[in-house]
Design a protein around this ligand. Structure first.
Ligand code: PEP
Length: 253
């Protein structure tokens, strides 16, 4: 079975102490993860080491960075390199979140470079894609998402693409409380898998986890995750509340 993943995106929230408390509360949950289930916490860079220490020894629990730079090292003040992540033992990074695309002008080409450097350093990108409301209103979401995948991912080999986790996050559903219906999510996830299959074949496409993101909560996670092509969620707001995120973890297939 494909990996089923509950990924928390804390964004630029919480103090160090609040983050520690949240991890303590979530880690105290009685649920044990099946071998095909993973929990990932994408925490702010200053908390990576604290978080990595907290989850030590926990099966199938990982820490992710929320971003990294496309260059190996050098005069890039304020940026975080993959070598820095390697030195902390971090294996995942969120790339191409719509907030980074919008506020920091990250485009598909830069994201392709970031994907490449991550894979060269054995870091799994959680690659975000998704359309704005205006694009969905024109019913052009499938073409839009295919284009994002093509420009940032489809230069990869079949072996490399299997190292990627994809997160479909319709921008109109992020932080808005407006979740895509389970039908809308399934329809897009099936489209993404079909695009992957066209490029890499059905066997490879069948191995890639595709997460849904956009106002996932305890109350809707079960129905969303139940869809055949939805392999878990990338969760913002609800991941900041221990009981909500634990319920989301429990909703994984
Ligand atoms: C996100 O941060 O990727 C996200 C989907 O946020 P929210 O769950 O708050 O919509």
């Amino acid at each position: 079975m494909r990996k089923q993943i509950a990924a928390a995106n804390w964004k630029m929230n919480l103090t160090l102490q609040q983050g520690e408390q949240l991890l303590n509360d979530i880690m105290a949950m009685p649920h044990t993860l099946a071998h095909h289930q993973q929990v990932i916490f994408a925490v702010p860079s200053p908390y990576l080491q604290m978080a990595q220490l907290k989850i030590q020894g926990k099966q199938n629990v990982f820490i992710a960075a929320q971003n990294c730079y496309s260059k190996k090292s050098g005069a890039y003040t304020g940026e975080v390199s993959v070598e820095m992540l390697n030195s902390l033992g971090i294996n995942f990074v969120v790339l191409g979140h719509s907030e980074r695309r919008e506020y920091f002008h990250e485009n598909n080409q830069l994201l392709a470079e970031k994907v490449n450097i991550c894979l060269e350093h054995a870091i799994t990108p959680i690659f975000c894609c998704g359309e704005a409301l205006a694009i969905r209103e024109e019913n052009k979401q499938n073409e839009f998402v295919s284009h994002q995948l093509k420009e940032s991912l489809f230069h990869l080999s079949a072996e490399q693409i299997q190292q990627i986790v994809i997160a479909y996050e319709p921008i109109w559903a992020i932080g808005t409380g407006k979740t895509a219906t389970s039908e809308q999510a399934q329809e897009m996830h099936a489209h993404i898998r079909h695009s992957l299959a066209e490029q890499y074949g059905t066997e490879v496409a069948g191995k890639i986890s595709i997460l849904y993101g956009g106002s996932v909560k305890a109350g809707n996670a079960g129905e969303l995750f139940h869809q055949p092509d939805v392999d878990g969620g990338l969760v913002g707001g609800a991941s900041l509340v221990a009981s909500e995120f634990i319920a989301i973890i429990n909703a994984l297939k």
